[in-house]
Ligand binder design. Structure first.
Ligand code: PLP
Length: 404
């Protein structure tokens, strides 16, 4: 697909911000939505809306089919043969909390250890920290090398008989660095330790085949993948699909209920109590189809080219400090303008219609490690172009002059 036709699929991109063309470079926070996704939402509410799973009437059966078809589409997208391993949640944060709360009931014990990394988003720190504080557990953190990539040899040394889980980001939301999953996996498998992969920033940018990666848990958010907010997935391998204790319960999860005893269903529905986010799940499936039509390999290639292009131009600006410069990155660049607050730079760039993110990006431990309060982050999606990067560089130089 040509870039110009891709851009036409995203109505929001056609607008002016502060009388300038919108240049949307805040995709790691959330992506814009293609018309196919917007139409799926409106179509669902205009023609198919009903509660699912237990209705005999036509609308309910239709909505149920669409919802369960979305599960199949999602499973196919991630290379998963058994779609029951895909649980719909409200997003990455919800999914990680479900795993943390579930594991804390039967599996994790006082004194146990969980390994995280210095790159983690708060959503992959706080649920484990809460468990550790409430249960006498410990968190161990994989340090970074001088180039800000993970120190894999230090990682291995963190493993102990008490290590019960490795929970790690697939792609750093702040630096865009890609974790060497094979290294994590081989250590985890050798020591027989379950591992969770936070795919919030990998699933939008690169092919993710879960039957090849084979983590115990994989989580991601629809809204970072051209889908709606309030929707995401928790993938569980076969073991945890039956063994993970449920963190929340209610209607839709059961075979029979009596005041004495409840028997739960098997499969994904055991983890989806109450009325789910039906419309958004269905629209998420459209987002996945949209990405698959372009091709995840193609998406990665396009965004990698943008990263290379932007990094090269930014290296020539002496007033800039870039963090985590690397050839193999997934759509994200973090930097600072020397002696300037990121907020000021971001606010001035907004005047030119450029949307980017400033601050700690929910990675305060990483900020501390970098020795900064925050950074300026640009992040790319399939609709971004080199022309937009040229425009961004031109305005960035202008802003640097204004502030100096
Ligand atoms: C790496 C990573 N993990 C987790 C999250 C949390 O995602 P959500 O807010 O969609 O739950 C994000 C969001 O930015 C992220 O980038």
């Amino acid at each position: 697909m040509e870039l110009s036709s891709i851009r036409q699929n995203f109505p929001i991109l056609g607008q002016k911000i502060n009388a300038c063309d919108l240049v949307y470079l805040d995709n790691a926070a959330t992506t814009q939505k293609p018309i196919a996704v917007i139409n799926a939402l409106s179509d669902y509410y205009s023609h198919n809306n009903a509660n699912i799973h237990r209705g005999v009437h036509t609308l309910s059966r239709r909505a149920t089919d669409l919802f369960e078809q979305a599960r199949k589409t999602t499973a196919q997208h991630f290379g998963v043969a058994n779609e029951q391993q895909i649980v719909f949640t409200s997003g990455t944060t919800d999914s990680i909390n479900m795993v943390a709360q579930g594991l804390s009931k039967l599996y994790l014990k006082p004194g146990d250890e969980i390994i995280l990394s210095m790159l983690e988003h708060h959503s992959n720190i706080l649920p484990w920290q809460l468990w550790a504080e409430e249960n006498g557990g410990h968190l161990k953190v994989i340090p970074l090398l001088a180039d800000h990539s993970l120190d894999y040899s230090a990682f291995e040394k963190l493993i102990s008989p008490k290590t019960k889980l490795i929970a790690i980001t697939h792609v750093s939301n702040t630096l865009g660095l890609v974790t060497d999953v094979e290294k994590i996996k081989s250590v985890a498998n050798r020591h027989n330790i379950p591992w969770l992969l936070d795919g919030a920033q990998s699933a939008p940018h690169m092919p993710v085949n879960l039957s090849v990666l084979n983590p115990d848990f994989f989580v991601c958010s629809a809204h970072k993948m051209y889908g709606p907010t309030g929707c995401g997935i928790l993938y569980l391998n076969e073991r945890w699909l039956s063994e993970l204790p449920i963190a929340k319960t209610g209607g839709g999860t059961i075979k029979t209920v009596s005041f004495e005893k409840t028997e739960y269903v098997e499969g994904a529905l055991r983890f989806e109590p109450g009325t789910p986010n039906i419309a958004d799940v269905i629209a998420f499936a459209e987002a996945l189809k949209y990405m698959d039509a372009i091709g995840m390999q193609q998406i990665f290639k396009h965004e990698s080219e943008l990263v290379q292009y932007a990094q090269t131009l930014m290296k020539e600006i002496p007033e800039i400090d870039m963090y985590g410069i690397h050839d193999h990155k997934a759509g994200v660049i973090s930097f600072n303008v020397k002696n300037q607050h990121p907020f000021d730079v971001g606010t001035l760039l907004d005047k030119y219609g450029i949307a980017l993110r400033t601050g700690h990006h929910c990675t305060q431990p990483l900020m501390k490690h970098l020795g900064v309060q925050g950074t300026i982050r640009i992040s790319f999606a399939i609709y971004n172009s080199k022309q937009e990067i040229d425009y961004f560089i031109e305005k960035l130089k202008k802003v640097i002059k204004m502030l100096s």
